[in-house]
Ligand binder design. Structure first.
Ligand SMILES: *Cc1c(COP(=O)(O)O)cnc(C)c1O
Length: 388
């Protein structure tokens, strides 16, 4: 018998260790970019969501510094009390312009945007349909809403349709939720079909553009723009912390939806407004995304070059998908994924191993950036060849 109500913690950690699921943090030094310092070693960084390289850009740093000087470090309260600044309003107008929506609402993170939006849009009498590979924030938003949650197999529009056919009429309202670019696989959601299905079954649709904003679409608005979907009712969520290079999240859509969220989204109402520095950096990044397509073009150039190298030098490796800057190579088990990641680290290359329970099967996950040079991509291929 244990004598402490906390003794289960160390037992649980032992189980996590035995399964090779244990994780810990490692500090990176210096400005974000293709080369990072990891402890005493310089490494090529293929682990970052900084797709356009903006997180270390001088103009974002200057904008954040100016906002710090003018407004201080914290926004000091909820947006509904003392925490609302003109900067927030400007940023929301910029996001709405980028997304071509009537309005937008900035949250303190993408995770909080999903929690708040989903919990506000659905309740105990409603139905939520959730792709099995959706991001944790979507899944937990669904739980928080207390709606009935049905999970459909990944990207499977037939399975989704079947569930709606069988259960839709039993519930008051329905909400379909999906990543647009799936974060741990790098593949794309079938957005046009999801919109059709939502329409047919009188369902709302919420799309998380976290990995697509700044990356897809002719103006960088995301996968909705890429597919040229003109659907004003669609609810789009995203983050300011990936291609946009700052911190925070947003929901964009019809004014009526945004206005409702301002009144009902708990993770917006009861949390402190985004800091002035983060807000100003995001504002500058969105302007750059709209006026400087070269960052996005360079990223896609790198994606195509890497695809080429992979096909030429590692034809036996089949990535889970080759549709986005996220390229995952499946491995048999967690140990293999860890071994490859560790080996690459000895070669000065940082590529994380992604294991259960984050994903159902182990893999290494390569994230490409606009600021990677051709020789960086070549070095990664060389490292993988050497490892066999
Ligand atoms: C990263 C991510 C989030 C969370 O965004 P943060 O701003 O980092 O909290 C939400 N959804 C998806 C799909 C993501 O990949």
């Amino acid at each position: 018998m244990s004598n402490s109500p906390y003794s289960w913690l160390s037992h649980s950690l032992e189980t996590i260790h035995r399964a090779n699921w244990y994780r810990s943090v490692q500090p990176l030094e210096g400005l974000p970019g293709p080369i990072a310092r990891l402890k005493d070693q310089e490494v090529l960084n293929f682990a970052s969501n900084n797709y356009l390289g903006l997180a270390g850009d001088r103009r974002l740093i200057q904008a954040a510094t100016a906002a710090l000087e003018q407004y201080g470090t914290g926004s000091t309260g909820s947006r509904l009390t003392s925490g609302h600044r003109g900067l927030h309003q400007q940023l929301e107008a910029s996001i709405a312009r980028l997304k071509q929506t009537e309005d937008a609402l900035v949250f303190s993170s993408g995770y909080l945007a999903n929690l708040g939006a989903i919990a506000a849009l659905a309740g105990p009498r409603d139905l939520i349909l959730c792709d099995e590979y959706n991001h944790s924030s979507l899944k937990n938003g669904a739980i928080l809403s207390k709606a009935t949650v049905l999970t459909y197999s990944h990207g499977n529009v037939e399975a989704l349709t079947e569930k709606l056919k069988e259960y839709r009429q039993t519930y008051r309202r329905s909400l379909i939720i999906s990543d647009s670019v799936f974060s741990m696989d790098g593949d794309l959601a079938p957005l046009p079909q999801l919109l059709d299905i939502a329409q047919t079954y009188d369902s709302m649709l919420l799309i998380d553009e976290a990995h697509a904003t700044g990356v897809f679409g002719s103006s960088g608005a995301g996968l909705v723009e890429h597919f040229q979907l003109d659907k004003p009712e669609l609810i789009q969520v995203g983050t300011l912390s990936k291609a946009i290079g700052s911190l925070g999240g947003y929901v964009a859509g019809r004014s009526v939806a945004i206005d409702y969220l301002r009144n009902r989204a708990p993770s917006w109402i009861y949390t402190t407004g985004l800091s002035p520095a983060d807000t100003a950096a995001a504002q500058t990044a969105i302007e750059m995304i709209q006026t400087e397509p070269q960052h996005r073009e360079q990223l896609w150039h790198n994606i195509r070059y890497f695809q080429d190298l992979l096909a030429r030098h590692c034809p036996h490796l089949t990535p889970i998908a080759l549709e986005s800057p996220i390229i995952c190579l499946p491995l048999e088990n967690p140990q293999h994924a860890l071994d490859l990641s560790e080996y690459l680290k000895t070669q000065g290359i940082f590529v994380p191993a992604i294991r259960p329970p984050t994903v159902p099967t182990s893999r290494i996950r390569i994230s490409l950036m606009a600021t990677h040079q051709p020789e960086h991509l070549e070095a990664l291929i060389e490292g993988m060849i050497k490892c066999g």
